[in-house]
Design a binder for this molecule. Structure first.
Ligand SMILES: NC(=O)c1ccc[n+]([C@@H]2O[C@H](COP(=O)([O-])OP(=O)(O)OC[C@H]3O[C@@H](n4cnc5c(N)ncnc54)[C@H](O)[C@@H]3O)[C@@H](O)[C@H]2O)c1
Length: 440
């Protein structure tokens, strides 16, 4: 295809979406796509479906839809598959998740029922509050990874898809730090054969994906692809990876508000965030070791946006707390409260209260869709390894080890759009605009 700075292979044929974990996010994504395809719903929240991109000067009035500007797969081209520790088909799983009401799910029952999850690679040591019957067995972790690769190959043969993407939508695993076994590919492969405890199931899916030439996006806060061995493998094999932890709900609001406070140089003395939620994700996060993984992901946001080391007086001494409470009556309809203690001119204190009655998976589904379409674009554009330009979608964006992550939602959006402009050989937008005022 005729392009700008890079050659982008056309989005020909079907695109497979392989979902490890067919719970609330996955089924809301699949049901949503099927409803949209039938004209029974709108893909609100999706940049790939609604977003526009300005090209050239403001006076040119050239703002095409992103999906018309870059060659993305269409919704009709998506073919879903996945794995779960429960054997429920997509319809049963969506009913269980309780995000979309049963009457609406009935409209896409047939499409959802056609999706039966494959047996999962799972180990309760890594998600303590879950257990299920639909699980693979194998001699060691390496053999389990091989089984996942066979699943991927069989999916491609069965469906005839030309390309695939794997967004991790499985449960949050226990907190884990980079270990020696994660540092090189050699150590990692040996570790799989020795059943090393620092190699988690999500890492096996990621390994299988990268080995199968399938881009991997990490929707959970797990370590997963955030380790040198898998990053090196992805770069070497020309496979894009990105993560981690879909940015929805409270953290989305934080990365919208904090840049605003900082832009106006208002000080911060405290940010207290608490949530109640009652879905399976909330249940898993009730385990302190899974919660620690989530907490780390949520806490880092403010520090990177406010840069206390540069603004000691305004941001050098704030208290930041994040709490999640599992409260079953709420199901997927989370409620979050933020109390933000700020200070202004002459140090006068002020407070901001945010009470967000959000729907977690309704916010996550368009993020997952955009990641599927953009990761496929990245792959067809020859991009490999960490895709920092997709930071926009994550609570803990992955970036090169010598960089700090960019958390500011507006910088992230600029970066994303500038990457698209770069791919198509369009000029970058600097917002300088002085030339509009120059005399002829
Ligand atoms: N819902 C959101 O808005 C949101 C936002 C950010 C991140 N996330 C993350 O996305 C992930 C999915 O969230 P959800 O709300 O859909 O949770 P969920 O509990 O509804 O679904 C997760 C599914 O993964 C399955 N699973 C667990 N381990 C697995 C494995 N090893 N292999 C295959 N399947 C496995 C579970 O059985 C479950 O069905 C979680 O890690 C969550 O923290 C969700």
């Amino acid at each position: 295809m005729e392009q700008g700075n890079v050659t982008i292979a056309p989005a020909q044929g079907k695109l497979g979406v392989l979902l490890p974990g067919m719970g609330a996010v996955s089924t809301t994504l699949i049901a949503g796509v099927e409803l949209v395809k039938k004209g029974l719903g709108r893909p609100v929240g999706s940049l790939t479906q609604y977003g526009t991109i300005r090209l050239g000067k403001r006076t040119e009035n050239n703002q095409p839809l992103i999906k018309d500007f870059v060659p993305l797969a269409g919704l009709d081209d998506l073919v879903f598959g996945g794995w779960d520790i429960f054997g429920d088909n997509g319809y049963e799983a969506a009913l269980h998740a309780g995000v979309i009401e049963p009457e609406r799910l009935k409209l896409v029952q047939e499409e959802l029922e056609a999706i039966t999850p494959l047996k999962a690679v799972f180990d309760q040591n890594y998600v303590r509050r879950l257990s299920g019957p639909h699980i693979k067995t194998g001699q060691n972790k390496y053999e389990l990874a091989m089984q996942l690769m066979e699943d991927i190959e069989a999916f491609q043969d069965r469906t005839g898809v030309t390309r695939m993407v794997m967004p991790w939508c499985g449960s949050t695993e226990v907190f884990m730090e980079v270990d020696d076994v994660h540092k090189t590919l050699q150590a990692f492969e040996a570790g799989m054969k020795e059943n090393h405890p620092a190699i988690t199931p999500s890492m096996l899916y990621a390994y299988a994906a990268i080995m199968s030439n399938v881009p991997f996006a990490n929707g959970a806060p797990n370590l997963t692809v955030d380790i040198p061995a898998l990053q090196e493998l992805a770069s070497d094999r020309g496979v894009p990876i990105c993560g981690k932890d879909f940015k929805t709900g409270q953290t989305l609001m934080k990365t919208i508000m904090a840049p605003g406070l900082k832009a106006r140089m208002l000080g911060l003395s405290g940010w207290f965030s608490t949530n109640i939620l009652g879905n399976r994700d909330g249940d898993v996060l009730h385990d302190p070791s899974s919660f620690r993984t989530k907490e780390q992901s949520k806490l880092s946001v403010l520090e990177y946006i406010l840069q206390p080391e540069l603004n000691e007086e305004l941001y050098g001494d704030y208290e930041h707390q994040v709490h999640i409470h599992y409260y079953p009556p709420r199901g997927d309809n989370k409620e979050g409260w933020d109390n933000i203690d700020i200070f202004g001119w002459l140090d006068y204190p002020m407070q901001i209260k945010v009470n967000f009655l959000c729907r977690d998976s309704i916010l996550a589904a368009p993020v997952a869709l955009d990641l599927v379409l953009f990761m496929d674009l990245a792959h067809r554009s020859g991009m490999s390894g960490i895709q920092e330009w997709l930071s926009f979608y994550f609570k803990s964006p992955m970036c090169a080890p010598f960089l700090y992550p960019e958390h500011d939602l507006f910088i992230q959006l600029t970066k994303l759009k500038n990457t698209l402009r770069y791919l198509q050989g369009e000029e970058q937008i600097t917002h300088l605009g002085l030339d509009y005022y120059q005399q002829p």
